[in-house]
Design a protein. Structure first.
Length: 353
């Protein structure tokens, strides 16, 4: 197992320490591949500010300066203002990045001196998200017709909109995780032998999300479409990835999962022709959950399909359903008060109707 003396490690700059830290973390079997991938992204952002600073020289003031500069994508230097990152970001991302830095500093004994002076940025309380209306959805689907460049994004959008699976969950799928069955439609119109997709542990962020999701007709069509694409990309074996890694024009590596940005170009085409520039792939997962909760789907059943639901979201829609039920019982209550008389309740509790 790789080890390094704290004094030696803390004398390294962040740019020098990150490769070593990566090796140390990869030795921890409990960490999932998705965790390593996310952490790598955090340190790429951190290195743009802390890259040349020795770990033992990092100050609490610099942590605060990073929070301000990272949010605005703006740093004031002697040579003028610069924009080191691609775009601005929210409080949650800044907190995740500095949490990753904190873990590294804790490993070499440098976090204790900074912790009393560090405060994560406040995260806004959850509120219902703006999700696409039925008209927006229809426009999104219709926009993809006749636009081959948006075809992949359309298929992925259809999958997320009908299964809740999104992002790393899809990129982690292999051919063997798809099961296409011959339909067995009962008299009630329900398929007794549905096709399904299995979201494996290595493709998810936490232990609650591995799950098996039955496919409705739209999801089945979309998965069949991306399966054909996978075959064209060379993914023919059970362990090959459904969304293989792009190497160059017409070349893919079936043994590697697609990058985090594999959908960016196609998605950009889709939202541009649909006139919905602010729509992100993950928004369709929220749409799936929101529709389920609004329509009164049992929370446990919905969680079994989605793998995880924000407790605040569940609480909000549970309250909304209770308000709807209250409206029903209030509507059937007689408006005319009964004549004043003694009732069983009055005799028991000493009150009169």
């Amino acid at each position: 197992m790789l080890t390094i003396d704290d004094a030696v490690f803390s004398a390294l700059t962040l740019a020098e320490a990150v490769p070593i830290w990566k090796q140390i973390r990869e030795q921890r079997e409990r960490l999932r591949p998705r965790t390593h991938e996310a952490t790598e992204g955090y340190f790429k952002a951190l290195e743009k500010f802390f890259g040349g600073i020795r770990l033992k020289d990092i100050t609490a003031g610099q942590l605060r300066e990073y929070q301000i500069g990272r949010k605005a994508n703006l740093l004031h230097t002697g040579a003028g203002d610069i924009h080191p990152w691609k775009k601005r970001c929210g409080n949650s991302i800044v907190n995740h990045e500095l949490a990753a830095l904190g873990q590294l500093l804790h490993h070499c004994g440098q976090w204790a001196r900074l912790k009393p002076y560090y405060a994560p940025l406040p995260i806004p309380t959850w509120s219902p998200r703006d999700v696409p209306s039925e008209e927006d959805e229809e426009r999104l689907w219709q926009s993809a017709i006749g636009h081959p460049e948006a075809e992949l994004a359309y298929s992925v959008a259809c999958i997320t909109n009908n299964t809740s699976a999104a992002g790393c969950e899809l990129r982690g799928l292999r051919i063997r995780h798809l099961t296409f069955n011959v339909p067995d439609i009962g008299e009630d119109g329900i398929d007794r032998n549905p096709s399904f997709v299995y979201i494996p542990p290595e493709a998810v962020k936490n232990e609650n999300r591995p799950r098996k999701i039955p496919l409705n007709p739209l999801a089945l069509w979309a998965f069949q479409h991306v399966f054909k694409r996978a075959l064209q990309c060379g993914s023919c074996q059970p362990d090959d990835y459904l969304f293989p890694f792009w190497l160059s024009r017409n070349k893919w590596d079936p043994k590697r999962p697609a990058s985090r940005w594999f959908l960016r170009k196609s998605w950009g085409h889709l939202v541009r022709i649909a006139g919905m520039p602010d729509l992100h792939p993950h928004d369709l997962r929220h749409l799936f959950i929101t529709r389920g909760l609004e329509n009164g789907v049992d929370t446990d059943s919905l969680r079994a399909v989605c793998g995880h639901i924000n407790p605040k979201m569940t609480e909000y829609y549970s309250h909304m359903r209770m308000q709807a039920k209250l409206a029903v019982v209030m509507a059937v209550m007689p408006t005319k008060k009964p004549a004043r008389k003694e009732t069983v309740a009055a005799r028991r509790f000493g009150t009169y109707a």
